[in-house]
Ligand binder design. Structure first.
Ligand SMILES: [Zn+2]
Length: 328
């Protein structure tokens, strides 16, 4: 298990040059109170994962990310028997693990994060109710931030701070945001305020941030604070110039980068296309990180897709923490 986690983390980690730039921005939700969403790659872009020099040979398969996707089902590995081996004798040593469990551990893994949470309580509750460890990335100082963080933690779901950061388009980032214009003292004070806005916070990812995440010095300021709090970081990758993962590694912060945005387009066709892309990435890389937003269309899509996903697709839904690349 540990080996698998580390391998997947290595395969996923790092950051690259091939990310599409954050574009001009669009409203995050039809809900008027919602923050603007990060903008991701055009639907046609595949964002191949960045190769890592020291990665295991298996990664070579991941470099061919241009393969067509979304049309029909890729050939699947045989599915493991779903029955848990409840009957294992109590005297057995841990080394004699049930075969079904071993096979499940070897499945490609998908971690899902829903960003921009905190304004709508009902949307947050729908995320928490999803049959998977989907992370809530909660905006600081939103109306339902604390209530949803509490509910999510009680349900065993990952809770993250969705930290607003300055973007190249000059879009408003909301309360608690960080910008390149701040002095280090102001930057750190604002960061601490956002980290303290609700509890628990297990990790952080960036809301927007196409300008700030490209600033290595400020990413170093950020990661130093996250390291002190033993938090992890997920780079939403809103710019190909992002320095966040480098800074995280340097500061000793476990991190992983977003592979796919689920809902830049909210039609069924596009949601399905991006979801398929995420599954394909998970199969090629061993694991993938998918980020969505609390749009009604997205939530309804996940409510349909997640039940029974492992049986249908041979991809295991895991918490984002299970996909973190540990620092050297
Ligand atoms: Zn966001």
């Amino acid at each position: 298990m540990l080996v698998a986690v580390l391998l997947a983390a290595v395969l996923l980690g790092g950051c690259s040059e091939d990310e599409s730039a954050e574009s001009a921005g669009q409203p995050s939700e039809s809900v008027v109170t919602a923050p603007a969403a990060e903008i991701a790659e055009p639907p046609t872009e595949n964002n191949p994962p960045e190769p890592i020099a020291s990665a295991a040979p298996a990664h070579s398969a991941a470099d061919g990310a241009d393969a067509p996707y979304g049309l029909g089902m890729p050939a699947l590995e045989p599915l493991p028997a779903p029955q848990p081996a409840e009957q294992e004798p109590p005297e057995q040593s841990p080394e004699v693990a049930p075969a079904a469990s071993d096979e499940a551990e070897a499945l490609p893994r998908l971690g899902i994060i829903i960003d921009d949470v905190g304004n709508s309580r009902s949307a947050g509750e729908r995320i928490i109710a999803l049959p998977a460890p989907v992370a809530l990335a909660i905006m600081p100082f939103t109306r339902n931030a604390q209530a949803l963080a509490t509910l999510a933690a009680e349900a065993g779901k990952p809770v993250m701070l969705h930290l607003p950061m300055e973007n190249l388009a000059g879009l408003a980032i909301g309360e608690g945001g960080l910008s390149t214009r701040m002095s280090r003292a102001d930057f750190e004070a604002q960061l601490q305020a956002s980290l303290n806005a609700f509890t628990p916070v297990q990790g952080v990812n960036n809301h927007m941030g196409s300008k700030l995440t490209a600033d290595r010095e400020r990413m170093d300021w950020l990661m130093t604070q996250l390291a002190a709090r033993q938090l992890f970081f997920v780079d939403s990758r809103t710019t190909k110039e992002t320095q966040a993962a480098f800074a995280a590694q340097a500061a000793g912060v476990p991190s992983v980068s977003r592979d796919v945005f689920l809902d830049n387009e909210r039609t069924q066709v596009e949601l399905d296309r991006e979801f398929r892309l995420a599954l394909e990435r998970a199969r090629k890389q061993g694991a993938a990180v998918l980020i969505g937003h609390p749009y009604p269309e997205t939530l309804a899509f996940l409510e349909r897709q997640l039940p029974g996903l492992e049986m249908r697709e041979g991809v295991r839904l895991v918490s984002v923490q299970a996909l973190l690349r540990q620092p050297h």
